[in-house]
Design a protein around this ligand. Structure first.
Ligand code: UT7
Length: 320
């Protein structure tokens, strides 16, 4: 048996905001944003467009590509840090809207590492509950949770969604999800290094704050070590990997992460310039873009890694 990726898609809001546009209302510049982060632009959801709306479109396209009817979906798992509401879940809204009447549905929140957490949850539920078709969606609208007067954070984020249709097949050599590895560290300094202040603790929707320099360093260390460990545990080396697709927070983080472990930079997929940081949606967005560009092809072995608020981080190896 193997849990393969039968369909992949992504969806972005229509509105694109460039660095120049941001610098009209904020004390910043294209030069600062681009040289520090690699970001050139980001997509921003409309006022009445929420994470589940982006997820619905991504989900329908992925199901179409997989040739799976909504009625044949067994489970919907949605990774989001920016759900439309506290409850019900985005997953339930998506289930209702796409007509996946047989599926059970729930959200998970593992911040920017949510897609890798979602892959691990889907993989283990497919094995333990004998599920045939699972829809994994990552849908985020971080721009609704930034303080637009804080130049140190608001320039970093964008909105978007991605979806995988995961399917159990009999052939154990069929690839799909090969391995996943998850980590968390909620000790005080790390817990407080990147967070959203919203919720019952202070009674409002809240906004993101971040100790940028510390998070920069944690991101490099966490992602580089998780990639090393997952390769070692699975008796693989970087030579067995065709492409590294990390969470797209900052181009400089991604390049440093490869540099400190001697991972070849030519294998790195970077889409930070196009999408900015879309939290857990960034890996499926980057993968979709790399497939559209003709870089990533069917049969390629991919190494995903991500780190986010919590701290949470992890890595996954998949063959598509
Ligand atoms: O997805 C979760 C993971 N998140 C991340 O991975 C983000 C990690 N951190 C980073 O990517 C970087 O730390 C940032 C891009 C956020 C910041 O870059 P930095 O090189 O660490 O800059 P800094 O925070 O140390 O700030 C340097 C200067 C400061 O001015 P002074 O105090 O030196 O005068 C800031 O006020 O840059 C200033 N600054 C800006 N200037 C123009 C901060 N934001 C901006 C801005 N435009 N947008």
């Amino acid at each position: 048996m193997a849990n393969v990726i039968a369909g992949i898609s992504s969806h972005l809001p229509e509105r694109i905001v460039t660095n120049d546009e941001l610098s009209q209302a904020l004390d910043t510049s294209h030069e600062w944003i681009f040289t520090r982060t690699g970001i050139e632009k980001r997509h921003i959801a409309a006022t009445n467009e929420f994470s589940s709306d982006l997820g619905i479109t991504a989900a329908m396209v992925a199901l179409g590509k997989a040739g799976v009817a909504p009625k044949d979906v067994d489970a919907i798992i949605v990774s989001t840090t920016t759900a439309d509401r506290r409850f019900p879940s985005c997953a339930c809204r998506i289930q209702g809207e796409i007509g996946a009447a047989r599926a059970f549905a729930f959200d998970i929140n593992a911040a920017c590492a949510g897609f890798i957490y979602g892959l691990a949850v889907a993989d283990s539920m497919m094995n333990s509950m004998r599920l045939k078709n699972v829809l994994l969606v990552a849908a985020e609208t971080l721009t609704k949770f930034v303080d637009w007067s804080d130049r140190a954070t608001c320039v970093l984020f964008g909105d978007g969604a991605g979806a995988f249709v995961l399917q159990t097949v009999d052939d154990p050599a069929a690839g799909g999800i090969i391995a996943t590895k998850l980590y968390s560290d909620g000790t005080e300094a790390k817990y407080n290094s990147i967070l959203s202040h919203g919720g019952p603790q202070n009674g409002n929707r809240g906004y993101i704050t971040m100790v940028g320099r510390a998070v920069f360093k944690y991101a490099i260390d966490c992602m580089a070590s998780s990639m090393n460990e997952i390769l070692e545990e699975n008796k693989m080396t970087i030579d067995d990997i065709d492409w590294i697709i990390p969470h797209q927070a900052n181009k400089r983080i991604l390049e440093s992460m490869c540099k400190i472990r001697d991972f070849p930079i030519e294998k790195l997929i970077v889409t930070t310039q196009e999408h900015a940081n879309t939290s857990s949606a960034s890996i499926p967005l980057a993968l979709s873009q790399a497939m559209a560009d003709g870089k990533v092809k069917s049969g390629d072995t991919l190494l995903f890694t991500a780190m986010g608020a919590g701290l949470v981080w992890g890595a996954s190896i998949v063959r598509i």
